[in-house]
Design a protein. Structure first.
Length: 293
């Protein structure tokens, strides 16, 4: 079992694309853990919006199912910029406002383990989604279906890969209770279905994942919050159809700050990971900026 996992860690590993820091094949997946926070369930009015995410993820341990370091000399550092273009239409479907988005990460990845090092700077996988949003007073909610296309740079013989080389379909749900003069309580949750990586014959297991934020507006345009993310793999990974008993999990928390101005907003957070199993353990810094055209 250890031989299988070591080989996978050296060949398919750590596609730790900052926009994709989760667990499964090589301890990496393509859910953007920590990307959303304050007002996560609030879709904007009709129009075109540009969102820019910057993330740094750093980890110096890869832990096993008991939370103990399991890969000697492990280290990973990721810097990524992820532009996301959002189009909210004026069309209604099932009473909700219809919208679409596309995102394409740009990633610098550096990884080391077992005395070896590798780095890669390239484009990651493409994200496409359609969504619906509803509003009722201080309550806001949204649903979406996101598809991840394996367009990113990938080579099974490299340790550092910014693409995953498999497809993912991901239904999502977001909710916010957002009082303009008080609390903002928000979450976005999802469930991911992955196809097989044909180059490694590895199929990453299905998983729940999501972001959360509990914030308070100390000023009309300034919110301070406790934010974070959670990840729980529900089905084990398999290689060649054989279950290898590899399931990841993580919980992260930390401070966040959100500033809203006329036509734009910025949010920043620093999150530390805990309760980690079968994945890297580290910390992440996120900055998110949104503009309305």
């Amino acid at each position: 079992m250890k031989a299988i996992q070591s080989r996978l860690l050296l060949s398919a590993v750590v596609c730790l694309l900052a926009y994709d820091a989760a667990a499964t094949e090589g301890g990496a997946d393509n859910y953007p853990l920590g990307a959303e926070g304050v007002m996560a369930g609030v879709l904007p009015p009709p129009g075109v919006y540009l969102l820019g995410y910057y993330q740094n993820y750093h980890a110096s341990r890869f832990v096993d199912k008991h939370g103990k370091s399991s890969v000697p000399g492990f280290g990973v550092n990721v810097n990524a910029f992820i532009p996301r273009l959002v189009w909210m239409t004026d069309k209604q479907l099932l009473g909700g406002q219809l919208g679409f988005y596309a995102a394409l990460p740009l990633v610098d990845l550096r990884v080391g383990m077992l005395g070896q090092r590798d780095d890669r700077s390239a484009m990651g996988d493409t994200y496409l989604a359609s969504m619906l949003g509803w509003h009722s007073g201080a309550h806001h909610w949204a649903v979406a279906v996101e598809t991840v296309l394996p367009t990113g740079d990938y080579d099974r013989d490299h340790m550092a890969n910014v693409g995953k080389n498999y497809y993912t379909v991901r239904p999502m749900f977001g909710y916010s209770y957002s009082d303009p003069e008080g609390w903002d309580i928000s979450t976005k949750i999802s469930y991911s279905f992955n196809s097989r990586n044909d180059d490694t014959d590895y199929k990453s297991g299905q998983y729940f994942a999501g972001d959360y934020s509990v914030g308070y507006r100390v000023k009309p345009n300034l919110t301070l919050a406790l934010e974070g993310y959670a990840f729980k793999q529900m089905k084990s990974d398999n290689v060649g159809g054989e279950d290898i008993g590899f399931r990841g999990q993580v919980f992260a928390y930390g401070p966040g700050i959100h500033y809203q101005a006329n036509g734009w907003s910025v949010e920043a957070k620093y999150l530390r990971e805990t309760a980690v199993e079968n994945r890297p353990q580290g910390n992440t810094t996120f900055v998110k900026v949104a503009w309305a055209f």
